[in-house]
Structures are given as structure tokens and as C-alpha cells.
Ligand binder design. Sequence first.
Ligand SMILES: [Zn+2]
Ligand SMILES: [Zn+2]
Length: 297
Amino acid sequence: MKPTFLTGCAGSAKGVPRLPAVERPAGRPHPEDFGPPRTQEGGLFGRWWTTLVDPLLSVLFPPRCVGCGDFETHLCDKCRDALESIGPEACPRCGEPGPRPLLGGRCSACLGTEVSYVRARSAFVHSGAAQRLVLELKSGGQKVLARTMAGLARPAFADLLASTPGVAETLVTWVPSHPAVLRRRGYNQAELLARELAAEPPGLATAGLLEKRVPTREQKALDKAARQSNLRGAFSLVRRAWAAREGQLRALVLVDDVLTTGATVEEVAKVLTEGTRLPVYVFTFSRAVSGREETHD
Ligand SMILES: [Zn+2]
Ligand SMILES: [Zn+2]
């Protein structure tokens, strides 16, 4: 039986609410990244691998905390408790952490801004271990972190889903990567997160509705206007994927790993709403509150 550990904070100084249990901790690399699928259908070879090879891999690649580097765990209690949750009191429109005074459903951060999505919601402030998780998932090759991150973010994701017209008619999609990046990295971190998040509630639909045909420059060094023009025209709706769903849905949830200036999710949400005429809800694992780094490419 695989170990279960609590990802909840028992009560940090910031009063972060207790988080749910995650079935399997993440790590670098995790034995489940190797070998045959861990299913009952794995057969003799799968059982042999699980019995003999997994323990060996655990010794060769002992898990380390992404926050502090401690051995034997992928996210230690201390680093997990230090994650700064963004609660439901955040701005109901742009997701800026709150509580914040609202005017017509808008906070001071989004009062004068038009956006293409109905609501943006993030689970954690993009700092400390949350930032490390995003970085290791994206650039450290640790695909296995997606499951742990989804487990940590689930309460915030459920809060966003509750504001959609109905889970049965909601589809979860993600910010796409350019094919050259996909070839280099081997995966899209936003897709991994979206698929893990959509595992609950069961039956929540997922599909890649978008593609990124135009490569974009690194966003880091660009100001807001330059970021927007850098992204303009980069994304497009995959007509075939949308045609298979058209008429069955009432809302879309767009998932990304981190929201910084919001330029990426705004551009993608605009393409989605123009192409589908459906309301778009944005969900990210973390949100930069005072930082300026744009990490999706
Ligand atoms: Zn730690
Ligand atoms: Zn706002």
C-alpha cells in the first residue's frame, strides 16, 4: 500500500486552511515515472517491476523536498504549511488575494480593466515552495509533481467549479505549448495539471481545444504592453476538437500553472470566447502578487 500523507497545514501563522490528503507524494524522479503502467493489468511484468525495481529506484533516487531539499519527502510538512493559500475572499473577478473592497463586483486591481474571462482563481501565492513546485514541474522534468499540486489546489479548484453553470456541462482545457517546446520538454505542464485537477469530480470533461502555432519570446523582460503584443495571434482554436464538443457545453475552465501579469490567460481566454461563445473561467496553481515573472512559453 502506498503511503498517504496529509498535505494540510495544521494551522500556520497565516491561518492557512487545512488542505486535503494527497494519495502519493511527488518527487524527483518518482519510481512511477519508470517502467510499465501501475495498473492491475500490468500482469506478471508489472508485478515483478513493482516488487523488485521500484524499491531499487527509490534508493537510487530518494525523494527530496522541492522547498528545502530535505530527503525522504517530496514536500515536507514545514514547506507545505508555509504555502500561502488564496481563499474564496479573493476578488471574484480577477482573483487578486483579498479581502478587498469591491465596486460593482470589481476590486481596485481590475476596476479599469476589461478581461475575456468571467473569473480567475488561483490556489496559492507564487512564492516559496509554491514557486519551486511550478518551476520543478515546468523546467525540472518532474512530471510527477502535477498530481501533488492538483491535490493541494483541489479546494480552490472546487470553489471555482462551484461558480460555473454546471459541472456536467463544463470542460477543462489548458494553455497550450508550442510544438518545439513540447518536443524539447516532452510534455505541457499546464495539461498535466489540468488532467490531474479534472480527475475530481469524476466525469469532468477535458480536451485540448487550443494550439500555439507561433513561437513567442520569453516574457520575463517585457513590460505589459510588449507581453500582449508578443502573444497576439500566437494561439488558435483547434476547430476539429471544438466541433466534437459544440452544443454540449455551457462553460470552459482554462488551466495554467501560474498567473503573473495575466497577459497569457487573457490572450488565450479571448481566443476561446471568440471561438466558442462560451464563458471562460481561469484556474492557476499559483499567482504572482508582486512579482513580474511570466513563466508560460
Ligand atoms: Zn521542505
Ligand atoms: Zn479584481
